[in-house]
Design a protein around this ligand. Structure first.
Ligand SMILES: C[S@@+](CC[C@H](N)C(=O)[O-])C[C@H]1O[C@@H](n2cnc3c(N)ncnc32)[C@H](O)[C@@H]1O
Length: 175
């Protein structure tokens, strides 16, 4: 995409997906490794006996850093991003790593219709234990579609985990 065609946040991610993927590489930067990964490890419980039964929806997955980390723990992941290019890098990184238990879907979190089509698809059947959005919420123009979709996406006792610049927080949203 030419710079002159960039009109919104997602367009700039689409145009800079290769740069982001090259910068983060397979294993992430110091920020990811020293801060976010340990907190996501603590906050997101994965069923020890049947890890594949822990179902996680990763929104704005980028090159799949958090998804691949959670897939290595055995969880089942649906990795989504609003950028086609970014999702392409995510798929590539997953394939290189031999990540199993991964499914992929293009999803722009500002679009209610994208949540509706995910909810109507086999990917969302049974709901998710965790909806994760890591290092993306601060860029997103509106959070209303996400707020409306969360109760439908989550299983009872499911939680939403948000990793941002200064914190990683989990909110229990359904009981
Ligand atoms: C800083 S990267 C974070 C990637 C990943 N979650 C991580 O922790 O490495 C931000 C991501 O948000 C995605 N994004 C931005 N706006 C979005 C939107 N409206 N819907 C879905 N994804 C979006 C971008 O395409 C990009 O992959």
């Amino acid at each position: 995409m030419a710079n002159s065609q960039i009109v919104g946040t997602l367009d700039s991610w689409e145009a800079n997906a290769a740069f982001w993927d090259a910068g983060m590489g397979a294993n992430g930067n110091e920020y990811w490794n020293l801060l976010q990964k340990p907190y996501l490890q603590k906050l997101i419980p994965v069923d020890e006996e049947h890890p594949e039964r822990t179902r996680i929806l990763d929104l704005a997955t980028g090159n799949g850093m958090a998804s691949r980390f959670l897939a290595r723990r055995g969880a089942s992941l649906v990795a989504t991003d609003g950028s086609k290019e970014m999702l392409k890098y995510c798929r590539q990184r997953c394939a290189e790593e031999g990540a199993t238990g991964m499914q992929f879907q293009e999803l722009d979190v500002t679009k209610p219709e994208d949540f509706e089509s995910l909810l109507a698809s086999p990917l969302a059947v049974g709901g998710f234990d965790v909806v994760l959005i890591n290092m993306a919420i601060m860029d997103i123009e509106t959070l209303e579609p996400l707020a409306d979709a969360l109760p439908k996406l989550l299983k009872p006792n499911g939680m939403c985990v948000n990793g941002s610049w200064d914190c990683v927080v989990a909110l229990m949203l359904r009981n």
